[in-house]
Design a protein. Structure first.
Length: 144
């Protein structure tokens, strides 16, 4: 009898744990995406001024590391709650992951330009990044 209560309590704790983790995964991915937006905002004036793009390399590195984890931040079940992710993230998963792979490729272009101190190259890549890589995914996978 005691054992059964203990097992039931454990089951409840596991359920609560799942609910918590789910809310957490949404809050964490949104906070991460905000940070990614912050990096893009920081690139803008430097790109426009053809400034010290080499100093931006650590921000690009943070983006590369973060976008590598992006698909895992949308586990099954994290489609409901305080999220703007569209059902297509899960129903058209291959396209979502392909959009993220293209994002990572573009981040490598930004990284190469930053590392080389190529301000003009960085500016060109930066201008394409928002509409063609962030925006391309948002159009299909994020609600407005
Ligand atoms: C592979 C798809 C994909 C790519 C690439 C992508 N995003 Fe998003 N983004 C999403 C989805 C899906 C959401 C909605 C997340 C949610 O609400 O759970 C989102 C939400 C956001 C948000 C809102 C965060 C919040 O809730 O306040 C910002 C800001 C953002 N993205 C910035 C960016 C920037 C900047 C880039 C490019 C450097 C980018 N995203 C690239 C899919 C993508």
């Amino acid at each position: 009898m005691k054992m059964r209560i203990w097992v039931a309590a454990l089951g409840m704790a596991a359920l609560a744990g799942t609910a918590f983790a789910q809310g957490d995964v949404i809050a964490e991915r949104r906070a991460g995406l905000k940070r990614m937006g912050g990096h893009m905002d920081a690139f803008k004036p430097v790109a426009e001024a053809r400034g010290d793009v080499a100093a931006l390399a650590p921000r690009v590195d943070d983006m590369i590391a973060w976008f590598r984890t992006m698909p895992d931040r949308f586990p099954a079940g994290s489609n409901t709650g305080d999220t703007k992710a569209l059902p297509a993230v899960w129903s058209e998963r291959a396209g979502f992951e392909a959009a993220n792979t293209r994002m990572l490729g573009q981040l490598e272009v930004l990284k190469a330009a930053a590392t080389a101190g190529d301000a003009a190259g960085f500016a060109t890549a930066y201008q394409a990044t928002g509409p063609q890589f962030c925006g391309a995914c948002h159009r299909t996978y994020r609600a407005r």
